[in-house]
Structures are given as structure tokens and as C-alpha cells.
Design a protein. Structure first.
Length: 222
């Protein structure tokens, strides 16, 4: 990461913000293109400083996200994880509609504990129905498992990353302070703008026009 360091002051590396701006623009351009073509983003960041900003971004654009802890195999064992997520959603649904009332108090307590355990693992992944086209990570050093799984499946990784990160593992690295709430909010704010622009430039009009066009019969074509 020394290529991104401007200087060292008192043992603290100061990141070159010109490099940050340059690499941020590359990452945002990639996001815009992926979103424009209907791509899905999975956002990962389990540090407390990242949770609020990630949840806000995910809620705005209906993105899948991980803010509690990364469950091993979320990507590489997707079929099994998907079944666990469906089980979690069923339990939540059953509880909401009162279907657990038929159980004893002790049994309900056990089910509620199971729901809380699964929520810790899969909260934010309720709509995780297919592998993402991009994994966006806050602090890639902490989330090495998520990076490794994405690389195994050749899913591009975008990361806001400090100087403790191995840049060779990240497809679109944005050098910056991945432990600062303000830095994370700034980064994800730019990501939000890129997603919004990608959505706005989707060829929806052409697709809708094609769907609404009357079918041409063989006789008409002749």
C-alpha cells in the first residue's frame, strides 16, 4: 500500500488523497456500469463505524448486506446458505402471524433464541436470492474471508481500505480511512450517487417499449 502513502508523520501513514480521488472514480465508474446493466451489490462491513451508513445505503436501494458477522460460505456455499436464510425467514413469518402459539412457553423461547441467532448471521440477507455481481467491502483487512470467497468465485471486489490491506486481492481498491465514520459515510455517499446514476441510465424505456409492442404474426410479416 506504500504507493498510496503521501508521507509518514509520527509513525502514522498519511494517504495521498489524489490517489484516493483517482481510484474512487474508477470504482464508481465500475459500479455505475454494473448497476446500469442490472447488477446486484452485496455490501459488507461489520465494524460499528460502518453499520449505520451501510444500513442506510441498503435500505435506499434494497441491497443485501452484512453488518453483524460474515458467515463462512455465504458465497462459496450459497445453496446451503440460501436454505438457512429461507428457514430464518419462515421462522420470522411464523412468529409474526402467531403460528408459534401452539408451542409450549419453553419451546417458543427456544425458537425465539434460534431466530435471534439466525438474525445475527443472516439479518440483511433476506433478499439474497442469487450470487452478487459485486461485493463492496468496508475494511478488507478485517473481512479477508469475504474477499477470499469472492475471489474464488471471480466476483469483483470493491473496498475502502487502509494501509493494512493487501491491494493485490482487491479489484477496485479505494485507499482511505476504513475506520473513520465520516470517511465511510463520504465513500458510501459517493457509492449511492453512482448507484442512482446507474439506475437512471438503465435502458428501461427500450425494454418497456419492446414488451408493449404488438406481436407480429407470420402472415403479417409476409
Amino acid at each position: 500500500m506504500m504507493q498510496f502513502v503521501l508521507t509518514n508523520r509520527g509513525g502514522i501513514e498519511i494517504i495521498n488523497l489524489e490517489k484516493t480521488a483517482e481510484y474512487l472514480e474508477k470504482a464508481l465508474s465500475f459500479i455505475k456500469e454494473k448497476i446500469r446493466n442490472g447488477g446486484q451489490i452485496l455490501v459488507v462491513g461489520t465494524e460499528p463505524e460502518a453499520e449505520e451508513a451501510i444500513c442506510g445505503l441498503a435500505e435506499r436501494f434494497k441491497l443485501s448486506y452484512v453488518t453483524n458477522r460474515w458467515a463462512g460460505g455465504t458465497l462459496t456455499n450459497f445453496k446451503i446458505i440460501s436454505k438457512r436464510i429461507e428457514y430464518f425467514k419462515k421462522l420470522v413469518s411464523d412468529m409474526a402471524r402467531g403460528a408459534l402459539e401452539k408451542y409450549t412457553k419453553k419451546e417458543r423461547l427456544g425458537i425465539e433464541r434460534e431466530i435471534n441467532r439466525l438474525r445475527n448471521l443472516f439479518g440483511g440477507l433476506e433478499n439474497f436470492e442469487k450470487l452478487p455481481d459485486v461485493v463492496l467491502i468496508i475494511n478488507a483487512h478485517v473481512h479477508d474471508s469475504a474477499v477470499r470467497e469472492a475471489r474464488i468465485l471471480k466476483i469483483p471486489v470493491i473496498a475502502l481500505a487502509n494501509v493494512d490491506t493487501d491491494p493485490t486481492k482487491i479489484d477496485y481498491l479505494v485507499p482511505g480511512n476504513d475506520k473513520s465514520r465520516k470517511s465511510i459515510q463520504f465513500f458510501l455517499g459517493k457509492v449511492a450517487d453512482a448507484i442512482a446514476e446507474g439506475i437512471a441510465t438503465r435502458p428501461v424505456a427500450e425494454e418497456k417499449k419492446a414488451e408493449e409492442a404488438p406481436a407480429i404474426s407470420k402472415k403479417d410479416a409476409e
